[in-house]
Design a protein around this ligand. Structure first.
Ligand SMILES: [Zn+2]
Length: 248
């Protein structure tokens, strides 16, 4: 009641330091007809408060909206963030948060790959943990590396049509621009790529830090199982089964 700046932009404490209201909230002193201030309220405060018409429309607007909703605040909070064309590959309606989070970091080059660590002066083992030939970087891991490309192309065989190995963006864009797929099939492909990034990154870590190695076919099976666990609840599951290999 006394501390918020609701009374013509100032607080009641600013107007009169000494007086204290018994209840803490402004709505304790209103009813359906107007103000219900206690008789002990000093005249100075009565004059200030009674001058406010509480039946007017809201005085504070949020971006011009008198009835803001959660999405009003949410949109405003992220309004300074630039929208990227490829967000639809990651944050589509069927996304899985853990897959999309890692795919998002991979697209932004935020995973702690050896080249990124070395760039920051951290001593890191540079060779790729999968093939041993290439130097570990985002573009090598996803998917110019022989090993990781064999996994993603087993899951999405049309990628074998590339003359050179595609990177992540090219992999997504290939399906995005393809005329062979409808929208839910494209979503399935985006989902598959995101889940592959997640499981390949986990495999990379288990090889580096736990000395546990799995074959491309084993990883492919693990990814298929994870995809199946989610996709079987999708509306077009039966259509997807006809179009893609979903069993292990
Ligand atoms: Zn490699």
């Amino acid at each position: 009641m006394e501390w918020d700046h609701w009374c013509n932009g100032i607080s009641l404490k600013d107007i009169m330091q000494s007086f204290k209201f018994e209840d803490s909230f402004v709505n304790c002193y209103t009813n359906g007809y107007g103000w219900t201030l206690p008789p002990s309220t000093p005249n100075l405060l009565v004059a200030e408060i009674m001058g406010l018409n509480i039946f007017e429309h809201p005085m504070v607007l949020w971006l011009g909206s008198p009835t803001p909703t959660f999405s009003t605040f949410y949109t405003s909070y992220f309004s300074v963030v630039q929208e990227v064309s490829w967000q639809k590959f990651i944050w589509h309606k069927k996304k899985s948060l853990r897959f999309s989070s890692y795919a998002w970091m991979a697209m932004l080059g935020k995973l702690k790959t050896a080249d990124q660590l070395i760039l920051r002066g951290i001593d890191a083992y540079s060779p790729c943990s999968f093939c041993g030939d290439g130097s570990e970087s985002h573009s090598h891991l996803f998917f110019t590396c022989d090993f990781t490309f064999s996994v993603i192309s087993s899951l999405l065989p049309p990628l074998r049509s590339f003359l050179l190995r595609p990177n992540m963006m090219q992999t997504f864009v290939y399906f995005d621009e393809s005329l062979d797929y409808n929208s839910w099939e494209k979503t399935f492909c985006y989902y598959t790529i995101c889940s592959s990034i997640y499981f390949l990154w986990r495999e990379r870590n288990s090889r580096r830090f736990e000395m546990i190695w799995r074959s491309p076919s084993k990883i492919t099976s693990v990814i298929r199982l994870a995809i199946l666990a989610k996709v079987k609840y999708w509306k077009h599951f039966d259509d997807l089964k006809r179009r893609f290999v979903l069993h292990c």
